[in-house]
Unconditional design. Sequence first.
Length: 328
Amino acid sequence: MTTPTTALQAPAPGATGAGTGTPAGRPPRRGRSVSPKGHSGWTPWLYLLPALVLLAGLLVYPIYQLGLISFLEYTQAQVSGGEPTTFKGFDNYATLFNDSQFWQVLLATVLFAAACVVSTLVVGCAMAVLLTRIRALPRLALMMAALGAWATPAITGSTVWVFLFDPDFGPVNKVLGLGDFSWTYGRYSAFALVLLEVLWCSFPFVMVTVYAGIRAIPTEVLEAASLDGASQWRIWRTIMAPMLKPILIVVTIQSIIWDFKVFTQIYVMTNGGGIAGQNLVLNVYAYQKAFASSQYSLGSAIGVVMLVILLAVTLVYLRLVRRQGEEL
């Protein structure tokens, strides 16, 4: 009686799989995959190349020209070709830093921008929380009104606010019983009026951004805090604000950049910087030096100083955040 052969027998050493051409005991090779090594570092840059070229033309080249003019003797005489352009090095910056008015304007700009940023963040965050507490119809009406203020051009909004607070025809003074009080005559009242206009057109960005972040927070977390008896302020301080920190960082940096270089509101509402320049900020000061006085090199130097200050503030802020372990 013969013993039946086993259906599957161990192949002899060196044998190959039937029809595969591969050594026995090994799985058949799949198609060879192309390794992305050597290309993965360049592929993202190729996709970004059109945008980088556009940014270089719109940002890098103008900044280069701004810095170049700040080192030259460049006035109306050089623009018209009456005199040759000469290299002055850091003389323009020395002239600027030795000007006491520059330091007064710089201090006023920093304080005004800080007040605008703090006010915008407080009002914007408060309105964002309010949007989560009201019904759909009032929420829609509030958002439409806020977005309308945000979409209004700065020169249009500034003109409307000047009319509203006009001492002769404005309705605000009549409602408040202030008579012919001029808001733009005094230094601090003029800055306060401009701050209100900047706040009016800036807080919608913070409100919408923070509201979107709040909607992304799990409702179970907020409901649990409410059931534990936490107040709205404590919920915001201990739950919402930490979870919204990346968003708050973005809106803070944006607000700093926008408010530090305010131009239209100051120029329109204070008629070019106020009486005897009492309401000047750096942007308006640079405009006066460059175009009103035809000192284009000094105006460019002020622009470079503003750029350096904004870059320094942004980098320091991001560094402090990364030290706390936040990922942006």
